[in-house]
Design a protein. Structure first.
Length: 373
């Protein structure tokens, strides 16, 4: 993923550089990637695989144990055990907390004790739609768009979201809720990530394992096409009839989805379906907020396609699910830090937790230093 991310950044930087030269103007910032493929490659020797539940010694007095976060494939919560002067303290880092009863993945790990907890708050001030709404929403989008004769463009994250989409599409086909549909996963990263999923069935939940056993894997249903090359990607726009294109990036800030948006966003018969969070300042946020015209790859396009969103796909726990995770603690932590969320979400979640628990809770600021007693 690091290599793909670096490659996308380099491609985007080169595109902007050429566009600025063509338009004879200078951008507000140098057209440089945050890091390059060379930078990414230089980090590979620093990585080592770690099994869930096996403590890893970091230095003399620090021990870290990784646990399944249920967020994306291989995601981890980390419990760190510190020893000093004969005393021990545990610090629990939630990372991104997943959700219960989601397809493919096992549920998040619960913990009974921790002295200090850092918990995310991406959706700390809201509740998700019921995941059962996904079937209805997805089938409606597909059936109505097919009746209009348009395409369905789905900006998607390559890791987890793309695979979860395939799970639901496979489910809808098995249940005969949608007609046969060509589905293109147009993302080299998503294609490679899907192969990783196939190679690690030990991480599947029971329902997913049963589908694989019955040879009804969501990664091999009729009509599914995995696209890697640029030539294959370009050819999608010449396919007749309705197709669904799942492509990155999930917030439309780069990647092949931009080219598919160019081909479809001004077509009234097509649908742009968002299945993930759209951060402020992104092209995805502009579209979902109802922009009538958007700039894509240096050109302005009117928005005529149907714009819709299904929120139940989120891989982040919502307020009630985060509280469920924290409720596993049998005693109050010495201090709970609410992190990893937009300020409004973080502060509202902190207030919610204070009312519910009475624990010592704070929202740390950037570069704040805290002494753990």
């Amino acid at each position: 993923m690091l290599l793909d991310s670096a490659s996308l950044q380099q491609e985007d930087a080169e595109f902007k550089r050429k566009r600025h030269q063509r338009e004879r103007r200078k951008g507000p910032h140098p057209e440089l990637p945050l890091y390059t493929t060379e930078d990414a490659g230089a980090t590979f020797s620093l990585f080592s695989p770690v099994d869930y539940g096996n403590p890893v010694q970091i230095g003399g007095d620090v021990e870290a144990t990784f646990h399944d976060a249920g967020h994306v494939f291989g995601s981890s919560m980390i419990r760190v055990r510190l020893s000093e002067n004969g005393e021990q303290r545990t610090v629990l880092f939630s990372g991104d907390v997943g959700r219960w009863d989601k397809p493919i993945l096992k549920d998040p790990t619960l913990f009974s004790e921790a002295d200090y907890v850092l918990v995310e708050s991406t959706y700390g001030n809201r509740l998700h739609e019921d995941t059962r709404e996904i079937d209805d929403g997805l089938s409606e989008v597909i059936n109505t768009t097919m009746m209009r004769g348009g395409n369905i463009i789905v900006p998607s994250f390559a890791l987890e979201r793309a695979q979860e989409l395939l799970y639901y599409l496979n489910k809808l086909q098995i249940e005969n809720l949608i007609p046969h549909l060509l589905v293109f996963v147009d993302s080299p990263m998503a294609v490679r990530v899907t192969e990783v999923f196939k190679n690690h069935p030990e991480l599947f939940d029971k329902e997913m394992a049963e589908l694989v056993r019955r040879r009804k894997s969501p990664f091999a249903f009729s009509g599914l096409k995995m696209v890697s090359s640029v030539e294959e990607s370009k050819a999608i726009n010449h396919v007749t009839g309705t197709v669904m294109v799942i492509a990155g990036s999930g917030m439309c800030v780069g990647g092949r989805v931009k080219h598919h948006l160019v081909a479809n966003i001004s077509r009234g018969e097509s649908t742009i379906l968002f299945v993930g969070y759209q951060a402020a300042g992104t092209l995805g946020r502009q579209i979902i907020n109802g922009a009538r015209r958007v700039r894509i790859l240096g050109q302005i396009y009117p928005v005529r396609a149907t714009i819709t969103q299904i929120n139940g796909f989120s891989a982040h726990a919502d307020r009630s699910e985060l509280f469920r995770w924290l409720s596993g603690l049998k005693r109050p932590p010495r201090h709970l830090f609410v992190t990893h969320g937009e300020p409004e979400s973080a502060y509202q979640f902190a207030e919610f937790l204070k009312e519910k628990t009475g624990w010592k809770i704070s929202v740390p600021g950037y570069q704040d230093e805290v002494c753990l007693d």
